[in-house]
Design a protein around this ligand. Structure first.
Ligand code: GTP
Ligand code: MG
Length: 230
């Protein structure tokens, strides 16, 4: 079978209230593009305890398993992807499927990576309490100063990639440091990155897994770990 043009990678952990609605909307947006949707399910306590995988499979998505965290799930999904363009997207309906075409066109226009930004004109968030906005600002500023980049957002997972760019970055972050690792390694590898405005909605149903302080610390360690090495 010919390789699909697009691969959509969705990490999931107990998202049964959201995944069906999301996949329906994604499929509507991707009508006309050859595509595969890969759900990477699981967490430290094993697979989702609810019907996430059952619903995803019934709607034509492939499901694979990973138990090491969101970053690990994304890396596994990226490796399993066959598409020329690969997109990462959350399962909780925070990311608007109507923005998929913008992310696709960024790669088609010749960029290696296209990242959604909640802090550009036209972007925004109804899912960020003030302390998360503050933390994100600190991380963006640190990365820009340390690595000479000009990002406006950091910890946001709605992104598109050319297949080659993913191979060049050799990603390793297992948890919520993955987006920061991508921003840093893309900059270090001299990849062409385009930020596009994105609006993040509140998680629709279910519980968020990010723990602001623990994961903030992990993000800081990600920033520190990448200083100097290559
Ligand atoms: N496979 C896998 N997916 C995860 C894990 N943790 C989170 N996810 C998924 O990653 C995406 C982002 O996680 P969220 O919990 O929504 O994180 P967040 O958006 O920062 O937090 P909220 O604002 O509370 O939603 C969602 O699709 C989750 O289901 C994990 O350990 N493993
Ligand atoms: Mg969320």
């Amino acid at each position: 079978m010919a390789a699909p043009y697009l691969s959509i990678i969705i990490p999931t952990l107990n998202e049964e209230g959201n995944i069906g609605k999301l996949l329906k909307q994604v499929k509507q947006q991707l009508n006309g593009y050859s595509n595969e949707i890969i759900v990477v399910d699981g967490g430290a306590n094993g697979p989702s305890k609810d019907n996430t995988v059952k619903i995803a499979k019934s709607m034509g998505a492939k499901a694979i398993y990973d138990d090491k965290g969101k970053g690990s799930a994304l890396i596994r999904g990226f490796k399993a992807a066959h598409g020329k363009i690969i997109i990462s997207m959350d399962a909780d309906l925070s990311h608007r499927p109507s923005e998929l075409k913008l992310l696709i066109s960024g790669i088609e226009a010749g960029y290696d990576i296209c990242v959604g930004s909640r802090f550009m004109t036209g972007g925004g968030s109804s899912d960020m309490p003030p302390f998360r906005i503050f933390g994100n600002k600190v991380f963006v500023t640190l990365v820009n100063v340390l690595y000479g980049s000009r990002y406006t957002d950091m910890c946001y997972g709605y992104r598109s990639f050319s297949k080659e760019s993913l191979k060049k970055m050799r990603l390793t972050e297992k948890g919520f440091g993955i987006e920061t690792e991508i921003n840093i390694k893309a900059q270090k590898a001299g990849l062409k990155v385009l930020e596009v405005p994105s609006f993040e909605k509140k998680r629709a149903l279910g519980q968020g897994k990010l723990r602001s302080f623990n994961d903030g610390f992990i993000i800081l360690k990600t920033i520190a770990r990448n200083i100097g090495n290559g």
